[in-house]
Every structure is written in C-alpha cells, then in structure tokens.
Design a protein around this ligand. Sequence first.
Ligand code: SF4
Length: 442
Amino acid sequence: MKKVYIETMGCQMNKSDAERMFGMLEYLGYTKTENPKEADMLIINTCSIRKLSEDKAYSQIGVWGKWRGKIKGKYNSYPKIVFAGCVAQQVGENIFRRAPYVDLVLGTQRLYELPDLVKRIEAGERVVSCGETPYEEKKIKINRVKGINAWIPIMEGCNNFCTYCIVPYTRGRERSRKPELIIGEAKKALAEGFKEITLLGQNVDSFGKDLEDGQNLAWLLRELNSLEGKFRIRFVTNYPTDITDELIDTVLELDKVCEYFHIPMQSGDDTVLKKMNRRYDYATYKKICDHLRSRVKDVTITSDFIAGFPGETEEQFENTLKAMTELELDYSNTAAYSPRERTVAAKWTDLYIPEDVKTERLARLNEHNRECCLKSNKKYVGREMEVLVENFEVRKNGDKVITGRTRNNKIVHIPCERDLTGEFINVKITRARTWYLNGEII
Ligand code: SF4
C-alpha cells in the first residue's frame, strides 16, 4: 500500500478539498498517513488569504525537498511532492523555479483531475494543472475526517472582487454544485453517522443563480431538512446584502436549520467599506443585524474584520470598534491587512499602514472581540439549551468533560462521566466564559 500525507492550510473549503483528495487517492491504492516521513506522496493544500500562510507553504515544501534529497545532483523520485490549493492556482509553473523537486502543481479548479495527474507523475512526468476552466466534477468517494460535522461545499468562487481579496483569482467565478451531488453527499454523511451538515461557500446566498428556477439556498435547505433522522444543518458564509427574507423564513420554518449567521462586515467605517468595494454601508449592515435579531430568537451573528486596511485612519478604525459593540456581535474573526498580489488594494502601496500600527490596532480589535464575546455568552447563563456533543476528554486533573455546541453555535463544556459524543443532550448553562459556556446536564 502506498501512503499519502496531506497538509491542509486555511479555510474549511480547503479542508473539504483535502477529504475529496483522500477519497480519490484511495482508488489509486493510497492510504492516509499522519506521519509525513513515511509517505510516498506529500501534498500541501495551500492557502493564499494572507502572506503568512503563503510563506508557511513555501517553507514546508522546502523541508520536504530536503527530505527527498539528491543523487548525483538530481532529486530522488520519491516521495512525490504535490503543491495544491490557492497558492498553486496563483503561481502555477513558477513554483518550479523556487522548488524544482515539486512533481505536480494542482490548482483549486482542477481538483477532480487528480487521479489522472497522479498516474502521470508516478510515471515520472512533472505536471502543472492550474487552468481557469473548472475540471468537471465527478461523483467520488469522500474520505471525511472523523467527527460530528460534515462539511459540504455547495458553491465555489466569488464575483464580488473586494479590493483586498484574492479569492476571485484563486477560486474563480461563482458556480453552484449540482444539487443531486450535494444531497447525495449529505445522505451518505448521515448514513456514516455525522450529526451535523455545514453547507460551505464563499457566498452561500449565490447558490442556485446558475441553476434551474427555484433552486436556491432556501430550496436546498428544505430538501436537506426533509432527510430522515435527527441532525443539524448550518451554512457559511453569507454576504450581508444577499440575505433574503425567504432565507430567514426558511431558517424559522425548518427544525434542523440552526440559528446562526456568519456575515463578514470587514470595517465599521463607510469610507473604508467603499474602498474595500463592499456593497453596503454601516447603516445597511446594522439594519440587517437588527432585522435578523428581531425575527430569529437567540440568533448568533458572527463577523470578520480587517485592521489596518490601506489608508485607514485612527478615526475610521475606531468606527470599527464602535460597530462591534453597537451591533453586539457574538464573535468576530480578526486579521491585520495583508496585501495580496493581483488585488486592487495591493497596488495602494503609498497608503499602506505601518506594521506596528496594524499590530496595535489588531490587538485592540481582539480586546473588543473578547468583550463582545463574553457579553454575548452572559445572555445564556441560567438558560436550558440543547447541545450536540462533539468530544469527551479526561483532563490532567482527572476531570471528565464533554464539549459540544448549542444550535446557535455556542461552545459548552459539561462535566460528565461518560463519552456522549454524537448525542443531543439538554443542558443548563451555569457560567459564561470569554470563549465558551459551562453547563450541567439536566
Ligand atoms: S465576497 Fe469579497 S471577501 Fe468574500 S470571497 Fe468574495 S471577494 Fe473575497
């Protein structure tokens, strides 16, 4: 048996791609290994959202190149090294100049070509496949990471071209996956014992725009909700102004669809939002949050923010802090601005914010995030909530604890003698911490 090791960086979409790669490689006789040193094939599934992750990918293949070693000045043929994912899509064959030991460069839109390409590299070829025409999707086995939640992409790509974002260049234009493939994957995941399905997409609201009339996200949620058994359904990510009343009605109507929306805001300042090419201002985003909170009881709203976008003044940054507090956001992912080649904002070098200012702003953003999170968690103390248990651990001090999530995506730690992973239990929330809740089984 040949062994393959895959290192995945970045978002859930990449993790889902890795599960698909494992599935396809199984057909070619590969088994998964967690030990890269014993692998016949090493795959790095890269992320290009920030420079730091791109640099990490280069440094990792540098290490693998050394392992491969040379004989008489030529690199050995094994282990095969595959450079995949968003950075691969971006750099294509240029990677060979930096890393001549790479065998295959596999772009995000050519994932399903992997079996054919692996046969070619096994025969000694060096191959680049980074075309922008997506390779036709095939029905494949998916070798999922064990757990409770199954990630299922429903669409890929983005048409929005926010000025800081590399995604439209690496993942291409928006396209929906075929509903029968999505529903088939959901059925299979549920049959394998997964208790939660999370529908993935850069903009899940765009699902269906290129399909038959009536096939949109709300329709898909109805189809999935009608599958048998007790399980939960989530979806990420929503573009703020694309959330429709039909979608909100569907969340309210369907018992398996959870009360959770991830809606990146990016900045709380109108001038910065305009420069980011986001299609809303602060007032519009607030209206969306207010509307959601007025209609969906206990809804959790999470967001993303960037500190130090080119030209951002101190006052504009403070508007972001104010927005976080005023909107009572439950949690936010935060990052310092990182210029990405090919994007519009990367060209505004004269407006770049010094690194130390970005770092300081990010620290303040994180402090605000902590406060918002704790405030949000405190709302649930004393409440009874349903928790889906995700794991069981025996801590160093001997305490036995299960951890799970509420429908609205709050993490809860609960003392428990038994492993109840995969079960739905009712819990009373006893204490709020910054990032999680404590509870007890009732
Ligand atoms: S909406 Fe903007 S930030 Fe999100 S993936 Fe598309 S271009 Fe990137």
